[in-house]
Design a protein around this ligand. Structure first.
Ligand code: SF4
Ligand code: SF4
Length: 402
C-alpha cells in the first residue's frame, strides 16, 4: 500500500500577520493544553485556546475565521499566566481578532493604518482634510480657528425648511451622518458574512437557520444583557479588575449615544436653538455624566493594564494602546471644549480644541470597522451565535430523544 500524504495548506502570510499585530509568541506553543484547562470561559464541548493556537501556528485563516471562540475570549490572561512556554495565548487571541476583523471588512488599508504606529499620522491627516474641506464649504471659506466667533460659533446659518441651523451643525451632520452610514453598511455586511460562515462551519440544518428578525428577537436581547452585566468578564481570574472599568466605559458610551441622539433630534429635527446653557441644560448634564463615566472607565483600564503588564498577565499591543488613548482623548477634548468656552481668556482657542475633538471623534467612529473597537459588534455577534447554537443543540437533542 502506497504511503498516504497529508497535504497541509499552511498560510505563512497569515502567521506573519498574527505576529505583526501582537501575536509574536504564537510559535512557542507545544500543545500541552494547560491553557484550555485553566481558561474560565472555555466550554467543555468546544474548549479553547489550545486548538486555535495550533490553527494559528499553521496560519489556517479560514478555520480561524469560522471560529466564534476567538470572540468569546475576554483576554483575561489566565492562560497566559500558566502557559509553561510563555506562548501568551490570551495575547495571540487578541491578534487573531484583529486578523479576523481585517478579513471581514473592505478597504483593508484602513485596517493597516489603524494597527501600525506609522498609520496614525496618515489617519489624522485624512480626518483633518475631510473635516477641513467640509468646514470651508459650510463656513463659506476658511474660518479663523483662533477666533471662536469665526469657528465654531460663526453667525452663518442655513435655512432648511422651518429649521435655522448654524454652520457647525450642518458641517457635523454632513460629515458624521455620512461616516455613520458608511460604518453601518460595512459592519452590517461583515456581520452577515460572519454569521453565514458560522452557520456553514457548524453545519446548521436549514430548518434551524432562522431569519435575522427571529435571531434578533430571541438571542440579541439576552446577549446584550450578558454583555452589559459583564458576566463573562467577571469570571476571569488574573485580570478580573477589568470588569468594573470596562462596565463604566460601556455605560459612558451608552449615555453619550443617548445624549448625541437627543441633541440631534432636538437641535437638528425639532430646531431647538444650540448651544444650550452648559450649567443648566439637562441634556448637557447627561453628557457630563456620560463623559465622566467614560473617563473613569478608560483611566481605570489604562492604569490596570500597566499593572497587569508588570505582572506579565496581559500585554498591551499598539492596537490596544491606540484605542485606549483615542477614547481618552475624545473624553478630554470633549470636556476641554466646555472649559475653554466658559473661560474668557481661553474662549478664542475653543475653535482649535473643537477641531481636535472632531478629529478624535472621527477616528473613533472609523475605528469601529478597522480596529479593536470592532469587538463592540463582532463579540456581540459571537455571543449571540453562542446562545443560538446552544439552543439549537438542545432542540436537536430533544428531537433525537422524542
Ligand atoms: S499555549 Fe501554552 S499552555 Fe496552551 S497549549 Fe500551548 S504551550 Fe500549552
Ligand atoms: S485570555 Fe482568558 S478567556 Fe481568553 S483564552 Fe485565555 S484564559 Fe481564556
Amino acid at each position: 500500500m502506497g504511503e498516504q500524504v497529508l497535504k497541509v495548506d499552511a498560510d505563512l502570510s497569515a502567521v506573519k500577520e498574527i505576529q505583526s499585530v501582537g501575536g509574536e509568541t504564537v510559535k512557542r506553543c507545544y500543545q500541552c493544553a494547560t491553557c484550555s484547562s485553566v481558561c474560565p470561559l472555555s466550554p467543555d464541548e468546544a474548549p479553547f485556546p489550545r486548538k486555535q493556537m495550533i490553527l494559528a501556528q499553521w496560519g489556517f485563516r479560514e478555520k480561524l475565521l469560522s471560529d466564534p471562540s476567538i470572540w468569546l475570549c475576554h483576554q483575561c490572561g489566565d492562560c497566559t499566566r500558566y502557559c509553561p512556554r510563555n506562548a501568551r495565548p490570551g495575547d495571540v487571541f487578541a491578534s487573531l481578532r484583529l486578523m479576523v476583523t481585517k478579513e471581514l471588512v473592505p478597504f483593508k488599508f484602513l485596517n493597516t493604518f489603524y494597527n501600525q504606529p506609522w498609520g496614525l499620522p496618515i489617519l489624522v491627516l485624512i480626518s483633518f482634510i475631510i473635516l477641513f474641506i467640509f468646514t470651508a464649504l459650510t463656513f463659506k471659506g476658511v474660518p479663523n480657528f483662533f477666533d471662536a466667533k469665526s469657528f465654531p460659533y460663526s453667525d452663518i446659518y442655513y435655512k432648511i425648511g422651518f429649521l435655522k441651523l448654524p454652520a457647525r451643525v450642518v458641517m457635523i451632520d454632513i460629515v458624521f451622518l455620512s461616516l455613520a452610514g458608511f460604518v453601518i453598511v460595512v459592519m452590517a455586511n461583515a456581520v452577515s458574512k460572519m454569521w453565514k460562515t458560522y452557520l456553514d462551519y457548524y453545519n446548521i440544518p436549514q430548518a434551524y437557520r432562522y431569519s435575522y428578525g427571529k435571531i434578533i428577537s430571541s438571542y440579541l436581547i439576552p446577549a446584550l444583557k450578558e454583555i452589559i452585566n459583564h458576566s463573562r468578564f467577571e469570571k476571569c481570574g488574573s485580570n478580573s479588575w477589568r470588569a468594573n472599568p470596562h462596565k463604566m466605559l460601556v455605560f459612558g458610551f451608552i449615555i453619550l449615544f443617548i445624549t448625541t441622539g437627543t441633541v440631534f433630534i432636538l437641535a437638528d429635527i425639532v430646531g431647538m436653538h444650540t448651544p444650550w446653557n452648559p450649567l443648566t441644560h439637562p441634556v448637557k448634564w447627561l453628557g457630563y455624566i456620560g463623559g465622566i463615566l467614560l473617563l473613569y472607565g478608560i483611566i481605570g483600564l489604562i492604569s490596570g493594564r500597566n499593572k497587569a503588564e508588570l505582572q506579565n498577565s496581559l500585554k498591551t499591543s499598539y492596537p490596544d494602546r491606540f484605542l485606549l488613548w483615542l477614547i481618552l482623548f475624545v473624553g478630554i477634548t470633549g470636556f476641554a471644549i466646555v472649559i475653554f468656552r466658559s473661560i474668557p481668556f481661553l474662549f478664542n482657542l475653543t475653535g482649535v480644541i473643537y477641531m481636535i475633538h472632531l478629529i478624535t471623534v472621527f477616528l473613533l467612529f472609523l475605528a469601529i470597522p478597522y480596529s479593536k473597537f470592532s469587538h463592540l459588534v463582532f463579540r456581540t455577534t459571537a455571543v449571540v451565535f453562542d446562545l443560538y447554537y446552544k439552543d439549537i443543540q438542545r432542540k436537536l437533542k430533544s428531537s433525537d430523544l422524542s
